[in-house]
Design a protein around this ligand. Structure first.
Ligand SMILES: *Cc1c(COP(=O)(O)O)cnc(C)c1O
Length: 373
């Protein structure tokens, strides 16, 4: 019996060598390899600045800090995402406000965003869910009209683009995760991209206890001097992780190519069946972190696939269904009907570069069987 997960990392000898080199160097925590990795990801995404942090959740937290989100502020988020997208607003004392998703793509619906805006709204976080960019043209227009900041939770979307513009510059800040199931693995890791120098500086201070990195302050007062201006955290990335990240970045084009070819085959084989992939916007170039389908009798199909050694997943339980949100924000059924209905039907099928053609043949056969059962 095979054992096929929904996602996993690809690590080769070059990656192992890169990490071993870092281990033998002078730097274990943040050193030159972190800067190199930041440059590689920012350049790949056509962004000016990249700030590496310890994980994607820390990156979202840093973005909320950089925007000064605090008590009384509202930030609009989609429900169809990992909890961290909304949790980051709570970390800085703000209130996440859920705006429902589009039924075809399950991306945040710009019309629902506009309807959710109040005089307390400060920002919108769009999630480029499954690896497809949100309708950033519409979201940015709304944000401009109402004076809001935009943040892309691009944790699924490294390598995606919209109308030829890469994810990384479509919002004021873009957040990536380097968790092993994502496109590029560093063990744990995250990054915030921005074109804005002031945001870049706030993000850098925040990941290092809020201690200023301003060279002028140091020169004026002697090299040992430093000052803490904000209550930051230790969210630094290590050189060990960055070494792995830079080595993985060299393979990213190949990873994306393989993910897209796996998706194209799923698309072909499921066409005209009752296994229905999510819609794709015509202007989107999809990065396929996930391949999500709607399938009849989802719970039974999930269980049946497990018996066949196929470990599909559900992305996601709507965030506003989690007990914490029900208890603390009074959310629940009926708040986002589109996401709630989709949640009962969706299943993420195996999608990772090392999935073989034979494995995919087996997955397709079993998924079609499960859908007809
Ligand atoms: C993975 C992920 C995160 C969190 O990233 P971590 O590195 O696991 O902290 C946030 N948002 C989305 C949409 C994700 O998929």
């Amino acid at each position: 019996m095979p054992r096929i997960p929904y996602g996993r990392q690809h690590i080769d000898d070059d990656d192992v060598r890169a990490v071993a080199e870092a281990l033998r160097s002078d730097f274990l925590t943040t050193g030159p390899r972190v800067g190199e990795f930041e440059r590689a990801v920012a350049d790949f995404s056509d962004a000016r600045f990249g700030v590496a942090v310890s994980n994607g959740t820390a990156a979202l937290h840093a973005a909320m800090f950089a925007l000064n989100i605090g008590p009384g502020d509202e930030v609009i988020v989609p429900p169809m995402t990992f909890a961290a997208t909304a949790n980051c607003v709570l970390y800085t004392g703000g209130t996440p406000v859920f705006a429902d998703v589009d039924p075809d793509t399950l991306l945040i619906d710009p019309a629902r965003v506009e309807a959710a805006i109040t005089d307390r709204t400060k920002a919108v976080i769009g999630v480029d869910y499954t690896g497809q960019p949100c309708d950033w043209n519409a979201l940015n227009r709304i944000a401009d009209r109402h004076g809001l900041a935009t943040v892309a939770d691009g944790c699924h979307a490294l390598g995606a683009s919209l109308d030829g513009t890469k994810v990384g510059t479509l919002a004021d800040m873009t957040v990536y995760s380097f968790h092993p199931v994502k496109h590029v693995a560093t063990g744990e890791g995250g990054m915030i991209l921005t074109d804005d120098e002031a945001l870049d500086e706030r993000l850098r201070n925040f990941r290092n206890h809020g201690i200023t990195t301003d060279a002028r302050t140091r020169e004026e007062s002697g090299a040992w001097f430093y000052e803490m201006h904000d209550l930051g955290y230790n969210y630094r990335m290590t050189d060990i992780q960055a070494a792995l990240g830079s080595s993985q970045m060299k393979k990213l084009d190949g990873f994306l190519k393989r993910r897209r070819s796996i998706a194209a085959r799923y698309d072909r084989e499921f066409a005209g069946t009752n296994v229905r992939p999510l819609g794709i916007r015509p202007d989107a170039d999809h990065a396929y972190h996930l391949y999500v389908v709607r399938i009849p009798n989802r719970d039974a199909a999930y269980a049946r696939l497990r018996e066949d050694g196929i470990f599909a997943q559900v992305h996601y339980i709507p965030v506003h269904f989690h007990p914490y949100y029900r208890e603390h924000l009074g959310t629940g059924e009926g708040l986002c009907p589109v996401a709630e209905a989709a949640y009962t039907e969706i299943l993420s099928l195996p999608m990772y570069p090392d999935l073989t053609d034979d494995e995919q043949t087996y997955v397709i056969e079993k998924v079609l069987e499960a859908a007809c059962a």
